[in-house]
Design a binder for this molecule. Structure first.
Ligand SMILES: NC(=O)c1ccc[n+]([C@@H]2O[C@H](COP(=O)([O-])OP(=O)(O)OC[C@H]3O[C@@H](n4cnc5c(N)ncnc54)[C@H](OP(=O)(O)O)[C@@H]3O)[C@@H](O)[C@H]2O)c1
Length: 243
């Protein structure tokens, strides 16, 4: 039996305006894969699109709030109709949240679960019919080491990422028969703007973290593997360990 290393026709990347998602978009586009960029901030998406166009790649921007769950399926259908086939989905958009579970409000709990878990489920549902039809597709779910290990004060983040891990593993088992590969990627700390967001009130030594480009290179490798191989579950840690 021989397996090809087909070039995907397109990649949908969520959270593509900065951090890991931006690095993934640049890396895949440099490898000749057209990219559909999703995040909330239109100017930030356009900045990434401009970088990609300057490199000779194709990128389209789709400002979508992935937390608006009732509207999301329709927005994703419109995106796919406009952009064309997506053989790759990188479920990357997410937020971190630091605070004890004992005093966490229901609305903050829901906010993290909606974005980190439920939006990833809806994005996968949107691309699956096309991938099944083509019998070709790779879904990379950007989980976290917090999807495998629990950390105090990271309760809702851990809950969302353990949930994403379970979703990702079950999806892999369901879709294998349709020629679709699903990867659960669990990075340790990555030096991105997530550490400057207002729901993360902790300071770590960012010089010891992974770089977003290293994570992006790994995702590009996973996406470009011949169809006879799948990376099911991968943990990438900074050499310094948990920071
Ligand atoms: N950095 C780390 O140490 C680390 C480690 C392990 C796993 N991860 C995971 O990696 C993923 C990316 O993290 P990052 O560090 O690159 O984060 P980041 O720098 O904060 O970037 C987050 C991205 O998600 C987008 N986003 C946030 N809320 C959104 C919403 N409601 N709708 C649409 N897009 C939204 C942001 O753009 P807008 O604000 O414009 O919407 C941005 O493009 C996350 O899932 C995170 O949990 C990160």
């Amino acid at each position: 039996m021989s397996f090809d290393a087909k070039i995907p026709q397109g990649a949908l990347i969520t959270g593509a305006s900065r951090g890991i998602g931006r690095a993934v978009a640049l890396t895949l586009a440099q490898q000749g894969i057209p990219v559909a960029l999703v995040a909330r901030s239109h100017p930030d998406l356009v900045a990434v699109q401009t970088e990609i166009k300057d490199l000779g790649g194709r990128a389209e921007v789709y400002p979508i709030d992935l937390s608006d769950l009732p509207a999301l399926p329709q927005r994703l259908q419109s995106l796919l109709a406009d952009f064309g086939p997506c053989d790759v989905l990188v479920n990357n958009a997410g937020m971190a949240y630091v605070g004890p579970l004992a005093t966490l409000s229901l609305s903050d709990w829901q906010r993290v679960i909606d974005l980190n878990l439920t939006a990833a489920f809806l994005c996968a549902q949107a691309v699956l019919p096309g991938m099944r039809q083509r019998r070709f597709g790779t879904i990379v779910n950007v989980v976290s080491i917090a999807g495998k290990r629990a950390f105090p004060d990271w309760g809702v983040y851990c809950a969302s990422k353990f949930g994403l891990m379970g979703f990702s593993q079950a999806l892999a088992e369901e879709e294998r028969q349709h020629g679709i590969r699903v990867t659960s990627l669990c990075p340790g700390s990555v030096d991105t703007p997530i550490w400057d967001t207002d729901t993360v009130a902790v300071r770590f030594d960012r010089s010891k973290m992974l770089s977003a480009e290293w994570v992006a290179d790994l995702i590009a490798y996973i996406v470009r593997l011949p169809s006879g191989a799948v990376v099911e579950d991968l943990t990438l840690m900074p050499t310094a360990g948990i920071l």
